[in-house]
Design a protein around this ligand. Structure first.
Ligand SMILES: *[C@@H]1O[C@H](CO)[C@@H](O)[C@H](O)[C@H]1NC(C)=O
Ligand SMILES: *[C@@H]1O[C@H](CO)[C@@H](O)[C@H](O)[C@H]1NC(C)=O
Ligand SMILES: *[C@@H]1O[C@H](CO)[C@@H](O)[C@H](O)[C@H]1NC(C)=O
Ligand SMILES: *[C@@H]1O[C@H](CO)[C@@H](O)[C@H](O)[C@H]1NC(C)=O
Length: 370
């Protein structure tokens, strides 16, 4: 057992205190592997017909205990840190021993530290008919890693909950909705976060990487970041679907002076906000890494990996519409067009799947700045 693991606070599992340790570890490993295999085969068989989450839920009985706890966790937790809650949940049931070398568990001290230091308010633009088909899956996956998350829609829904923007539904009114949402946040939640990211209900955000990137930026400067399009606005603007993140000063200017500097409604929402930001002296910031790789993405990860971009993209993308893993940062922040199944897939790929014997990326941070 490595020193790192020894320092881990995971006592209280009666299993490991006695001579039964080998038996327990073996048994646990067996249960976990069997559960995962069962789970995976089930997913393969059912995912084409139903969303991943539902499929797994309806097959309760066939699944192992551990896997079920994880799925329950995903559906029950409304907020808070995924790893902390997950660990607590598992620990209270006393079913799994994290000292088992076969169960992966990263040291997440850095990410936890940034959670407090770089507070992110996420807001998601959704619609009444998308609450149960899209928005709920944001809430159950990446949304819980925001310091605060707010869903905006055309109607208030106290159960979900969503804030009603009192503006009619439809693409023509997106500009007014976005401005309305930012104004609302400025009025009611300005002190609760350091940065404010706007997303759609099919955006996926890797919050840890967003905090890491922003930890080098000053929220008191008028700046915002996202997937950079170089057309229409002189300094360019950021794709709405890829999500864009505003500093405190950017939000303050947008909310206080929008009536002077911005179009009230209509047009393409992201370009209008972009023009508005330029008028307000808010800089379109550079978020590529030191190797020139992108962090915000207006398509899903497959498209950015293998290509298949629409024609317009070659005119718009400020980084030259590159593709392939070498064009994307290892610390990528967002992807767009992520349907619910893909959200759960990303949760698994990012937070669970590991190649055995290779240290996690955490080590990089201590040695080189990316
Ligand atoms: C409000 O949200 C809840 C929970 O998502 C949903 O079940 C309900 O149908 C919504 N109500 C309306 C009027 O859309
Ligand atoms: C929309 O109207 C409702 C009811 O008057 C109000 O509670 C809500 O705050 C308004 N939404 C915004 C974004 O101002
Ligand atoms: C808002 O606009 C006015 C007039 O253009 C300007 O004097 C003021 O400094 C602006 N305020 C902000 C917060 O940008
Ligand atoms: C953007 O930032 C990266 C990392 O700091 C830097 O290497 C790159 O040169 C910058 N690009 C531009 C266009 O300023």
């Amino acid at each position: 057992m490595s020193d790192q693991r020894k320092g881990d606070i995971r006592q209280g599992v009666p299993c490991i205190r006695s001579v039964r340790v080998n038996f327990c570890v073996g048994l646990t490993t067996g249960v976990v592997i069997t559960s995962l295999l069962l789970g995976l085969s089930l997913i393969q068989r059912t995912s084409l017909k139903r969303p991943f989450y539902e499929a797994v839920h309806q097959q309760n009985d066939a699944l192992g205990h551990w896997y079920q706890q994880y799925i329950d966790h995903l559906s029950n937790q409304q907020s808070g840190d995924l790893h902390a809650d997950f660990d607590r949940n598992i620990k209270s049931h006393g079913e799994i021993d994290f000292k088992d070398e076969h169960v992966h568990h990263d040291d997440d001290k850095l990410a936890r530290n940034l959670y407090d230091r770089v507070r992110i308010l996420c807001w998601v633009m959704t619609a009444p008919q998308s609450l149960e088909t899209k928005a709920i899956h944001v809430k159950k996956t990446w949304g819980k890693r925001c310091n605060k998350i707010i869903f905006f829609s055309s109607e208030t829904n106290l159960t979900f909950p969503t804030i009603g923007l009192n503006i009619s539904e439809g693409r023509d009114h997106l500009t007014a909705k976005t401005r309305g949402a930012f104004n609302y946040i400025y009025k009611h939640h300005f002190d609760e976060a350091d940065w404010f990211i706007k997303c759609d209900d099919d955006t996926y955000v890797i919050l840890e990487n967003l905090r890491y990137f922003l930890s080098n930026e000053d929220t008191n400067t008028p700046i915002y970041f996202g997937h950079h399009f170089k057309t229409i606005v002189k300094q360019g603007y950021f794709s709405g679907g890829a999500g864009y993140v505003l500093s405190k000063e950017a939000l303050r200017r947008l909310s206080l002076n929008h009536s002077v500097a911005c179009r009230q409604d209509g047009g393409a929402e992201d370009a209008e906000i972009g023009a508005c930001m330029q008028n307000l002296g808010v800089k379109a910031g550079n978020s590529t890494d030191s190797l020139g790789r992108s962090r915000f993405h207006c398509f899903d990860w497959e498209t950015h990996l293998v290509g298949g971009y629409p024609d317009w993209y070659y005119k718009y993308d400020a980084l030259g519409a590159k593709k392939g893993e070498k064009s994307m940062s290892d610390y990528a922040i967002t992807f767009h067009y992520i349907n619910p199944n893909k959200m759960y897939a990303l949760e698994y790929l990012i937070y669970h799947l590991r190649p055995y014997g290779i240290l996690s990326g955490m080590q990089d941070l201590n040695h080189k700045k990316i």
